[in-house]
Design a protein around this ligand. Structure first.
Ligand code: PLP
Length: 444
């Protein structure tokens, strides 16, 4: 297996990874197989996949039903175009299914192959929507600091984490970032949003993008009235509200879509990840009846936007089977119930450890914040490297998790597959507790 590690260093440029770390230490783990909430590496070490890989393997690993449906569809019609009004049954059926699952009034779907493409598409569709109504000046996009929306052209700029803009240039024109309610209050965050709109003027703003729960920013759950207030602002200023449901869609937060936790209906939702549980790339944008009507009535002809793989038949067939499993196995309810147990487990860890500050979860997405002294709220300084230390301790104990250290925070993120059992939640909590106490002890 040494050979694979060497080949990895020589030939594989990893996404969102430290190339220095790769060249110095080699690949962290080379995964070979998965089953349920577990993945196993080439050294035969088994791990709990406690972030569902990239928050996406909602139905867990090793579901052969998806392999079978992909195989059947590939044998029948692996690929066929959806350009120029050509169509095929899997995409039609999936669009119908998604429109049934999304909140009322969201009934038409544009397909992509992932979250970044979905958000870039939503930017272009929202600008197009205004343009065909003779309001081409409405182009600007507002999103939130610490938000993550992907790495394609527009989605890099919707993202509110400056490191992503700086990687190959700078923030594009017409993208603005308002305060997130994290470490702030709803009032302050809404004030920041409103003063930004007033300053820029609403006739220049196309849309506001918000994740119902900011995932990569550190599992930041908005305060109770925040998303409702954003909806009101959008209505008042005539701005489209676009919910990025790439992580929160398909059951993650204990409801089918994240926005349902707040009973807020956006004008469009972007989705990816959980729609196929990562078994094959797929994503999309589902738009409101109003947007769809405007597109139907005001478009001059061809919609000059489409990916080769928009509505890919094999991906659509896999998505349909994945959704069938989510429904048949009541995984949305399981996410809610196991999520409460996860939260209780986090509370228990907080009581045991002096370096655990705030803990939170909504459904099966949660976070533990680390603090130098949780009693006084004193944060760790970055030189301590507490988050990587705990992530490594977890890795040694067979848990794959994710650390967030932007902007001085030390956040451990967890989002296990939605099929997790009560017993597996307990096992996960016990390993997390052990890893945190080990690091706490080491720090003295
Ligand atoms: N939006 C959110 C909320 C995400 O978490 C991600 C990826 O993590 C994306 C968009 C980008 O999706 P993709 O990596 O499939 O392009």
């Amino acid at each position: 297996m040494e050979d694979l590690f060497e080949l990895d260093k020589k030939h594989f440029i990893h996404p969102t990874s430290s190339i220095i770390q790769q060249q110095t230490d080699g690949a962290k783990s080379i995964m070979a197989k998965g089953d349920g909430i577990y993945v196993t590496d080439t050294n035969n070490k088994e791990y709990i996949d406690a972030v569902s890989s990239l928050w996406n393997v909602n139905i867990g690993h090793g579901r052969t039903e998806l392999a079978e449906v992909a195989s059947e569809q590939m044998k029948k019609l692996a690929f066929s175009s959806a350009f120029s009004t050509f169509s095929h049954e899997p995409a039609i059926r999936l669009a119908k299914k998604i429109s049934e699952l999304t909140p009322q009034g969201l009934n038409a779907v544009f397909f992509t192959s992932g979250g970044s493409e979905s958000n870039d598409s939503a930017v272009k569709l929202s600008r197009h929507y205004w343009k065909i109504q003779n309001k081409a000046s409405k182009r600007k996009i507002i999103s939130l600091k610490r938000g993550y929306h992907g790495v394609a052209a527009a989605s890099t700029s919707i993202t509110g984490i400056p490191e992503f803009w700086d990687m190959a240039g700078h923030l594009m024109n017409d993208f603005l970032h308002a305060e997130t309610p994290y470490r702030s209050t709803t009032e302050k965050a809404i004030e920041s949003l409103q003063s930004m709109i007033e300053q820029e003027t609403a006739d220049t703003i196309a849309a506001i993008f918000v994740e119902p729960v900011q995932g990569a920013g550190g599992v930041l759950i908005p305060p109770a009235d925040y998303l409702e207030a954003v909806r009101e602002i959008c209505d008042f200023y005539n701005i489209l509200f676009i919910a990025d449901e790439v992580i929160t869609g398909f059951g993650r937060t204990g409801t089918m879509f994240g926005m349902e936790n707040w009973n807020v209906v956006p004008d469009a939702m972007t989705f990816a990840k959980g729609v196929t549980s990562g078994y094959i790339p797929m994503g999309g944008v589902v738009v409101s009846d109003h947007i769809h009507t405007v597109l139907k009535e005001k478009s001059k002809g061809t919609l000059f936007h489409g990916f080769t793989y928009s509505g890919h038949p094999t991906a659509a067939a896999v998505a349909l089977k994945n959704i069938e499993i989510i429904e048949k196995e009541s995984l949305v309810t399981n996410a809610k119930e196991r999520g409460l147990e996860l939260q209780n487990g986090f509370q228990k860890i907080k009581k045991e450890s002096s370096i655990v500050g705030e803990v939170r979860a909504i459904g099966l997405i949660g976070a533990i914040e680390l603090m130098q002294d949780s009693a006084t709220g004193q944060p760790f300084t970055p030189d301590v490297g507490v988050t990587p230390a705990v992530i490594n301790a977890l890795h040694e104990r067979g848990v794959i998790s994710r650390g967030v250290t932007y902007d001085g925070s030390n956040i451990l993120c967890f989002a296990p597959p939605l099929i997790i059992t009560k017993q597996e939640v307990n096992e996960l909590i016990s390993r997390i507790s052990d890893a945190i106490l080990f690091v706490q002890h080491q720090l003295g």
